[in-house]
Design a protein around this ligand. Sequence first.
Ligand code: PLP
Length: 450
Amino acid sequence: SLLPSYDAETIRRLDKAHVFHSWSAQGQITPLPIARAEGSHFWDADGNRYLDFSSQLVNVNIGHQHPKVVAAIQEQAGRLATLAPGFGNDVRAEAARLIAEVAPGDLNKVFFTNGGAEANENAVRMARLHTGRHKVLAAYRSYHGATAGAIALTGDPRRWASEPGMPGVVRYWGPYLYRSAFHATTEAEECERALSHLRDLIAVEGPGTIAAIILETVVGTNGILVPPEGYLQGVRALCDEFGIVMIADEVMAGFARCGEWFAVDRWGVVPDLITFAKGVNSGYVPLGGVIISEEIAATFADRPFPGGLTYSGHPLACASAVASINAMRDEKIVENARRLGEDVIGPELRALAERHPSIGEVRGLGAFWALELVRDRETREPLVPYNASGADAVPMAELAGACKVAGLWPFTHFNRTHVVPPCTISDDEVREGIAILDLALEKADAHYTG
Ligand code: PLP
């Protein structure tokens, strides 16, 4: 083989010496060495198996090592491993065609990037040039990526260390009934008040200064916040009224995660721009992009688009997207995610909530679920404070630790654990993972004071 196959100790040693990791104090982490993965599982270099309830970073929608996606990458590597973005190519054209085909409305053109952050950067650039305006309204409780502009759009604490960020970002509250910024008590009230807050914000900021409203169709890492019926339609109507570009960030929510090709489909809403990454090819090769409406594409018909990337439309990435979208169609993976949410994950998690007082709320859809953990169901005091670290974060670390020891890899963020397995997971695997969560949640219940 041309490639190394190190034991766990060697991986740990070399990693420690040479790999600089994301979001971490380098001296305080010891990454788990991983040897292989298949379907809904991965194995560490010591041979321990984990059920992947996080789909890595909520991107392995098609499962690990899907044979057709792996074969497509291998075949393309043998044919043409790289190509500058200015050329046309069969897999690049076919990936764009397939993405446009599954996208709603007249979103027919694709600008390819390497990931989600670059997709949002370029969507904002398009919106600003299309409208001739500069402000962008972005939600608190959002994540849009870690490059300069995308982190400025981000509403969560990952933004703080990068401030002051890109000028022109104005933040709004989105709907979140469980912790309503509007003191609402019903979904309908939350929806109406969130939209009226957004309308007020547009008025005081000046509609003629606002290029775009960006939102995660279903907020991902910041809580799996499923918008109430009417909210996205309301945002669409405000954008139409004031000539504002609607950008749906579907980096995490798209490509089967929500039981739809795109989460907006569930509400029949057509944004002007959709940004995607993750599930488009399950991250087998880095890929993201912007899907562009005919109207916005026309802005750049006779005027150059001032943006580009060496790897835009990379052949290996595009080949993997072609194989992945075709496999999703053939194997009905979108439908499977919807069924999993309705028939398996949703009901099982609701049953869990009856046994564990620390579960304050269960919410989600498709293969995209959150358990919001609290110390008291009445006061809704979170199990750990917002942005908890150190001793404050211990209860969640105990929960995650108990899952891992039992062979389940969870996704935790603040006071929530998300259930976000591959969209191809079997019903039995879901039940196996939830049985482990059931035991691990005793760690959370131990901190319950209500
Ligand atoms: N947008 C959303 C909704 C995300 O969840 C993420 C990543 O988690 C991003 C954007 C950034 O994507 P990337 O990490 O590929 O730059």
